[in-house]
Write a new protein. Structure first.
Length: 305
């Protein structure tokens, strides 16, 4: 969304006062993003896992990557190590396109501070890797997924845990879209409410989008979620769509984890946007969604109860 569109939306939502208020928030959180970058670039690395709190349910931060991102992933990982509330594990799950020989020295150095790397040398599940392994390895724990190419502010994990404590049965996401209907059918993905912040309670109409992170409570998915053959056939390139439908099948709503930040700062230019743009521009997300709905016989009404 460009600046003109933001101004139009702000004006429609409350006039010049609202424009001023949102502009101030925008500036504050842009500054906060660059503060995060400064800390990551200059603060000494320290052990980044929980050693003080005896948690009944461990907190697992899970992400994935691939070799073209290895040059800069250490910056994202360092930002995760610098969280105020520490996770119990930080695990990077990698596929058959990766090997330790490709790791940078910076990646290897972070192992002594708590980062783990797991390589599945037999397959590459693309973006599904960020949830697929962790949720099966740690079914009784909280899994928080992250992307590999942004700076995460130091209150990122604490914000998720605050949301989880308030809504322990919901998926918490910092960035959500609100699904819409067109008559009795789902509206096209492009017509959903982008980055919705007005719905404050758990809802089946909210869909979590992954770039800013998502928290999944224990046991929030049925075994079908991990049916590799099915998600490869139906929506291999859209893990957000797949997981949304799996949540609905298991009666798990989504809640916005309250934050007022603008988009998080990228660690470097990346190819991440290409896939998401392709999915939306060519309505591939709509096709993927209907593939899954048809396969599991999910009625439209289940997203709007």
């Amino acid at each position: 969304m460009n600046v003109l569109d933001r101004l139009k939306n702000a004006y429609a939502g409350g006039g010049l006062r609202e424009i001023a208020r949102k502009s101030i928030f925008h500036c504050i959180y842009r500054i906060n993003n660059y503060k995060t970058k400064f800390l990551v670039d200059h603060k000494k690395i320290e052990y980044g896992l929980n050693t003080t709190e005896a948690r009944e349910k461990k907190v697992i931060v899970s992400l994935t990557s691939f070799p073209p991102r290895f040059a800069n992933i250490h910056l994202t990982l360092k930002s995760l190590l610098l969280q105020y509330e520490k996770p119990d594990r930080i695990i990077v799950y990698l596929g058959s396109d990766s090997s330790r020989e490709q790791f940078t020295n910076e990646m290897l150095e972070l192992e002594q501070y708590g980062v783990e790397y797991r390589i599945d040398s037999e397959r590459n599940l693309k973006s599904h890797k960020k949830y697929f392994y962790a949720m099966q390895e740690f079914p009784d724990d909280v899994v928080v997924t992250a992307d590999d190419d942004v700076y995460y502010p130091s209150n990122w994990l604490s914000g998720f845990l605050k949301s989880y404590r308030k809504f322990p049965k919901a998926v918490s996401a910092r960035r959500v879209h609100l699904m819409k209907k067109n008559g009795k059918e789902l509206a096209f993905y492009n017509y959903w409410e982008d980055q919705c912040r007005r719905v404050k309670l758990p809802s089946f109409s909210l869909i979590a989008t992954g770039c800013s992170g998502i928290l999944y409570p224990p046991h929030c998915f049925k075994p079908e979620t991990f049916d590799e053959a099915t998600f490869k056939e139906l929506c291999f390139d859209a893990d957000d769509i797949w997981l949304k439908c799996m949540e609905v099948l298991n009666d798990v709503p989504v809640v916005w984890a309250k934050n007022w930040e603008v988009d998080l700062l990228d660690v470097a230019d990346s190819t991440k946007g290409a896939l998401s743009s392709l999915n939306v521009d060519y309505r591939k997300n709509d096709a993927y969604l209907h593939n899954v709905m048809d396969h599991f016989k999910i009625p439209v009404e289940n997203f709007f109860r």
